[in-house]
Design a protein around this ligand. Sequence first.
Ligand SMILES: Nc1ncnc2c1ncn2[C@@H]1O[C@H](COP(=O)(O)OP(=O)(O)OP(=O)(O)O)[C@@H](O)[C@H]1O
Ligand SMILES: [Mg+2]
Length: 265
Amino acid sequence: MKPLIELKGVHKYYGKGKQRIAAVRDVTFQIEAGETFGLIGESGSGKSTLGKMLIGLEPPSEGEVRYAEKALWKGQSFHRPRPGEIQIVFQDPQSSLDPRMRVKEIILEPLRALPRLERLEKGGEERLHALIRRVGLKEEHLSRYPHEFSGGQRQRIAIARALITDPAFVILDEPTSALDVSVQAQVLNLLKELKQERNLTYLFISHNMSVIRYMCERMAVMCKGEVVETGTADEIFRTPSHPYTQTLLASLPSIFRDKRVEANV
Ligand SMILES: Nc1ncnc2c1ncn2[C@@H]1O[C@H](COP(=O)(O)OP(=O)(O)OP(=O)(O)O)[C@@H](O)[C@H]1O
Ligand SMILES: [Mg+2]
């Protein structure tokens, strides 16, 4: 199978001269179509920076970033595939949803980038209603504002917003880190179901090993901007080869290393 995403020797520097920091160093990995690929690492290890390069928010300083065999970046300019084909869900639905917009406008907003006919078709009433119900909300919620919802509900709105364009690839940047544990499990299960139903490919970013274990087929471990280990989640959880991964796993109750207790995320 051909990879959907390919990163080759990717570096990202912020700042200049003495202030320059390497947020991402020489990162190489691939994401296959249809898989959930996990990215784990401590705060500041460069996970979100990688996500930003894939969605077009930050150009790489060096290296290649390819989507479906085409370069996403040529210098500073982002060559996106079909508009809406790559979407993102951020950690904090509180700040990622515009408080002045109604839920309906929030969900439809990504369609603005689409050609008119496609926008009309994808933003049709029936399709919107089916989507809001699918993420576990109600049609009457469409006319409300984000502050009227709980954290879990707001993240369901953010998921609907990501899916309205019919994406192929979705970046989930700590999508449940701000949620209570019970709500977190519900949202993770919703994401799993949606992936199956819609043939999605996910990049799942988290600093929570048990969440990564529950969600991902393959994964990369990041430490200080570098990928220190890549492999299937099964391999890495069974026999972590890098000391940093071993430390991450050591802090995890052994019960969570077993896929069979997956309901315990
Ligand atoms: N716009 C920016 N300007 C300067 N430095 C930045 C910028 N964005 C990120 N950084 C720095 O780059 C490094 C990587 O940040 P990044 O947000 O990618 O980490 P992360 O792994 O997503 O962390 P977290 O788990 O806290 O979300 C950090 O040292 C951060 O301070
Ligand atoms: Mg981050």
